[in-house]
Design a protein around this ligand. Structure first.
Ligand code: GZL
Length: 320
């Protein structure tokens, strides 16, 4: 009799232990591009909030400091560690096939956010991000209307182009938008361009180099592919005594708070929004997948464009 009660007691203890134990939190490996801009910091924070305590997930985030090769190295380590999901914000579009095949073989779902990659779309569940070509087209459309509005009289409009990280889909899309504008407007001339790698110092140095080579007086428009480079360019222009936003039209992308303040002050004339809040969208995708619901392959985020006429609508509520 004693023996039976001992066995029953052990079974009961096992049952309590089993039913009492928590569902293990799923581990989400987040392979972040870097920390190059205010946008990127806001993007990281959106993941830290979405996958925070009591979210049911553990976020294992790695800042890869602008290096695609380091991202690939981190992905292999996370696969070895046995993550349940991989979220990747790729630095550039190329070089992903091999490591994504490894993730597929390990049966670890991959979700892309922010920039895109040039790999077989069967290698990842979905992509969450912006329509970068559309952002560029919106900026060009704004410039067309603005030049009409101010009754621009010059026969030629000379544009300086500050490019973001070469080979990133944000750079490729925004550059395509400008290139289409230049093709459609023979009176617009690309006076100079340089790459500022989406950073403030990069934008400042690139702008200084262009001013040194062509002179400040020739420049009518600066098309900067993100706020940080635009802010750097504004500083370089101010050092010449010219007034950015008045003597030179400044176009930017991201629409972060710091740049929107400059839009309000008339220093940046147009800021095309690029929404960094991917964290909650990606968490929802994983929540759905855990319920057996497959995500849409492409999920574009909602975005707008701000200038002096509508910046007040967003400035007070902008948290990043
Ligand atoms: C756009 C993102 C770009 C931002 C930059 O989705 O990839 O990278 O425009 C950021 O600010 O550095």
């Amino acid at each position: 009799m004693k023996k039976i009660s001992a066995v029953l007691g052990a079974l009961a203890a096992a049952a309590v232990m089993f039913t009492g134990c928590q569902k293990q939190d799923l581990i989400v490996g987040f392979v972040q591009a870097g920390h190059e801009s205010a946008w990127r910091i806001a993007n990281t924070e959106s993941f830290e909030q979405a996958f925070g305590k009591d979210s049911g997930y553990i976020l294992d985030m790695h800042d890869c400091n602008g290096s695609r090769d380091l991202q690939i190295e981190v992905i292999r380590k996370l696969l070895d560690d046995g993550v349940d999901y991989l979220v990747i914000a790729p630095v550039v579009e190329d070089g992903w096939e091999e490591v994504l095949h490894e993730a597929k073989e390990a049966d670890v779902p991959v979700i892309l956010c922010d920039r895109q990659i040039s790999a077989d779309s069967n290698l990842y569940e979905c992509w969450v991000g912006s329509y970068f070509v559309g952002e560029g087209r919106n900026a060009v459309n704004w410039l067309e209307n603005y030049l009409k509005e101010i009754e621009w009289k010059k026969e030629r409009t000379f544009i300086v182009h500050l490019q973001g990280t070469k080979g990133s889909s944000a750079q490729k899309g925004r550059t395509q938008g400008l290139e289409e504008g230049l093709r459609n407007h023979p009176e617009w001339k690309l006076l100079g361009f340089d790459n500022g790698n989406f950073s403030e110092s990069g934008g400042y140095i690139a702008m200084k180099k262009i001013i040194a080579s062509i002179g400040i007086d020739m420049i009518d428009v600066v098309y900067a592919e993100n706020d940080d480079m635009a802010i750097g360019a504004v500083e370089a222009i101010r050092e010449t005594g010219k007034e950015p936003g008045k003597d030179i039209i400044i176009i930017s992308f991201d629409a972060g708070r710091r740049a929107l303040e400059l839009v309000k002050q008339g220093v940046i004339n147009c800021d095309v929004e690029c929404n960094p809040m991917h964290g909650p969208l990606v968490k929802n995708i994983i929540d759905q997948k855990e319920k057996g619901i497959e995500p849409e392959k492409i999920m574009n985020v909602k975005e707008s464009l701000y200038d002096i006429t509508n910046v007040d609508e967003v400035l007070e509520t902008r948290t990043y």
